[in-house]
Design a binder for this molecule. Structure first.
Ligand SMILES: [Fe+2]
Ligand SMILES: [Fe+2]
Length: 282
C-alpha cells in the first residue's frame, strides 16, 4: 500500500464552523476539538518518523515514508486553515494549539526517540480506528455541511491508506523482543489517557467559548449517544483497541482496504476531474 499525497483544498463555509454537523454544535465541537490536535500532532508524527529515516534501507518502505509525510503535511495544512476559522469565530483555537505545541516540543526535546515513535504508532492506531468508524457508517455525518464532511472523509481515507507506515518503521528500527512489546503496549496505555484528556479538555473549552451551543440542549443528549451509546464512538473502539495488545499485532490484520475504493470519487467531487491527475503525487 503506497500512500499518495493528494493536494486538496476545501472551501469550508466560515459561518458554519460552530455548527456544521447534522446533529448540532455539541458534536461539531467534538470534531473541532480533534481538528485542533492535528497541526501539532501530525508535525510530531512526521518528526518521529523522520528521525529514523536514515536507518531504513528497504526502498518500498522509503517510498511509503515519503507518502506518509506528504499526506500528513497536507492534513496539517488543511487543519490549520480549518482551525483559523474557529479562531476568527471567537473560539480559542490558537491558544489551545500553542498549549499543545509547548507540551509536544518538551516531549520531543526530553524523551527518547523510541518513545516518541511508540506514541506515534499508538496515535496512528487511534486515527485508523476513528477513520474506520467514520468510513463504515455514513450516518455518522448524515446531512452535515458537505465540504466539512468531505474534508473529514479525505482525512479518514488517507489515515487508512497509511495506517501501517509508522508501524512498519517501528518494526524495522526497534529491536524485536519483550522490551519492544512492553514499550509499544505501555505507551498505548499512557497515550490513551493523555489523548482523551486533551480531547475532553479541548472539547469542553470550545463548548464554554461557544455560549450559543448551550441553547441546543437536545444536542447534549445526542452527543452522549454519539460518543458513548451502544453504537457510539467509544464502544466501537474497544475491540480494535484491545487488538493492539496482541504480541504480533499489525495494522493490516484488519484488512479494510476496500474502503479506499471511494477515494477517486471524493477527489473528483472536491476538485473536478480535470485537476485530479495534476495534483496526485506518489
Ligand atoms: Fe493525518
Ligand atoms: Fe496519520
Amino acid at each position: 500500500m503506497l500512500p499518495i499525497r493528494r493536494d486538496l483544498h476545501f472551501a469550508l463555509p466560515a459561518e458554519r464552523i460552530k455548527n456544521w454537523h447534522e446533529q448540532g454544535p455539541f458534536i461539531t465541537h467534538f470534531f473541532n476539538a480533534l481538528s485542533l490536535l492535528f497541526p501539532q500532532g501530525e508535525l510530531f508524527f512526521m518528526d518521529s518518523v523522520r528521525h529514523y529515516r536514515k536507518h531504513i534501507e528497504n526502498p518500498q518502505l522509503k517510498k511509503e515514508v515519503q507518502g506518509f509525510i506528504g499526506q500528513e503535511a497536507m492534513h496539517s495544512r488543511e487543519h490549520v486553515a480549518y482551525n483559523d476559522l474557529m479562531q476568527a469565530a471567537g473560539l480559542p483555537a490558537h491558544t489551545l494549539d500553542r498549549r499543545l505545541k509547548v507540551m509536544l516540543d518538551l516531549q520531543k526535546k526530553h524523551l527518547p526517540a523510541s518513545f516518541n515513535l511508540a506514541v506515534t504508532i499508538a496515535l496512528e492506531h487511534y486515527t485508523a480506528m476513528l477513520a474506520e468508524i467514520l468510513l463504515s457508517d455514513p450516518s455518522r455525518f448524515g446531512v452535515s455541511v458537505q465540504s466539512y464532511q468531505q474534508m473529514w472523509h479525505w482525512h479518514a481515507l488517507e489515515e487508512t491508506e497509511h495506517k501501517a507506515v509508522a508501524f512498519d518503521v517501528w518494526n524495522t528500527v526497534i529491536k524485536p523482543g519483550p522490551k519492544r512489546y512492553l514499550l509499544r503496549t505501555g505507551t498505548m496505555l499512557f497515550t490513551t489517557v493523555f489523548f482523551w484528556l486533551v480531547v475532553f479538555d479541548f472539547h469542553l473549552r470550545l463548548l464554554i467559548a461557544d455560549r450559543r451551543a448551550g441553547g441546543h440542549l437536545k444536542g447534549f443528549w445526542r452527543m452522549l449517544k454519539f460518543l458513548y451509546g451502544p453504537k457510539g464512538v467509544f464502544p466501537r473502539m474497544a475491540l480494535p483497541w484491545l487488538h493492539y495488545f496482541k504480541p504480533g499485532f499489525h495494522p493490516w490484520d484488519h484488512d479494510n482496504r476496500a474502503r479506499l475504493d471511494g477515494i477517486d470519487r471524493l477527489v473528483e467531487a472536491v476538485q473536478g476531474p480535470h485537476e485530479e491527475q495534476a495534483n496526485l503525487q506518489p
